[in-house]
Design a protein. Sequence first.
Length: 573
Amino acid sequence: MTRTLRSARWFEPDDLRGFGHRSRLMQMGYSKEDWQGRPVIAILNTWSDINPCHAHFRQRVEDVKRGVLQAGGFPIELPALSLSENFVKPTTMLYRNLLAMETEELLRSHPVDGAVLMGGCDKTTPGLLLGAISMDLPCLFLPAGPMLRGNLRGEVLGSGADTWKYWDDRRAGKIGLEEWQGVEAGIARSYGHCMTMGTAATMTALADALGLCLTGASSIPAADANHIRMAAACGRRAVEMVNEDLRPSHVLSRASFDNALNVAMAMGCSTNAIIHLIALSRRAGFPLTLDDFHAAGHRVPVLANIRPSGERYLMEDFFYAGGLKALMAQMGDLLDGTAATVTGQTLGAEIAGAETYLPDVIRSLDNPVSSEPAMAVLRGNLAPQGGVIKPSAADPRLLNHRGPALVFDSYAEMKARIDDPSLGVTADTVLIMRGAGPQGGPGMPEWGMLPIPKHLLEQGVRDMVRISDARMSGTSYGACILHVSPEAHVGGPLALVQTGDIIVVDARAGRIDMDVPEDELARRRANWSVPAAKAGRGYGWVYAQHILQADQGCDFDFLETGFGASAPEPDIL
């Protein structure tokens, strides 16, 4: 059956508009043999000069183009917003939805039939996928891949996790400037995203588990030659997907999201996975809730022995051990093998026969990394809509804790006061920082791993209960209770806590409460006033008007419309 290409609406009509489109292609040196009857594949490239995770994308886009040409397609590169986690302030999370909107509109407004989405740095993966799901053209995701292991004098370093460790050691006086500078120079040795099981590795693996990658592609290190071959294969497969009319709406299902949820737990995922996967599931019409994450965390053991939930290994080791295919094969009946993938095969077919080569890196179900779940959801009078914790990366003794609160109303206040010896902080104190949620940040920055006071570090304290409406980096660790919802800025109970209030945490029972009488809370609530808006003009103003809370995925309320249900095709006649 002869297919009708969407791009043909631009290039084939014998009219003035068609003349304009063809003549401008010819202006760039193309001839009709380049485009006529060929699927046009958009390559959305999130490369920039200040995004180290994507530094290799300038070359990889050429590899994708080669694959598109090999399969008989016509590649066009479309630059997209490059959300560099390292440099964008106050947080890339503020702009995830902007990338999602740009992705959707780039695909809608251009003469394209399908797409390859190039991402990997934390918010680029969900941003690209959110927009692609809403547009619903044939597409697949090309993951950036993890960087190589870090190194300090023969010791392996992991991005983020070892940063916090060595920074605490420096604050405690255990290392000097020279060793600290050695960490600085050795912790990130190649292009690619974080090589710990941080947000980037988590989200690319979840795109893979959802069936939106060439299966297993997310595990390939960025500097490995296999990554180059994978990029070309993505180009070839994108053309085939257009010919098959294989769209996200044909791939994604409730089984896809259940699989991704279970894979997240088996990997010891970043807490950020909760927000992004909820947003993606709601866009696709298969909404996940915090309760789904809590149940999965207690159902699926942590199998990936990768920092920070694991103690020793990094993503390079994970690849050598067999990668995501091997991990999914180890999960057995915890995955629905009938779920579809962009390869045209089911997930079960894709992982059949996958072997684990290093069993200490990828564990079996009967030999998990941790007896604690990768994720737990806590509710109570402090977080009626939920807060999240990563038990597998926390000191187990703090999962059941009672202690007095020390409250900071902003990141600036916390930073200025945290080392003040007059605060009277002990190891039992519960550090609380508020005003850092979706509205309060704005954008919900990764401030949730509050620093431990210097005098406690000097005493050997390395973990404390910390609570906030912020997020934390997926490379972080500790007894940090995050995403408290509703956030303080909109009047959530976190806004009512006072220094000295007793906080009660029972992570295993899923509870977080402040031991304050209800009549006292009512009095505080009556005296609370709405803080000044933090959003500015333009996009910031739009963000403030429409952002949803953390438990709803922090999407914009006007974008949750399902596959292809947003705006009509452009009128180009």
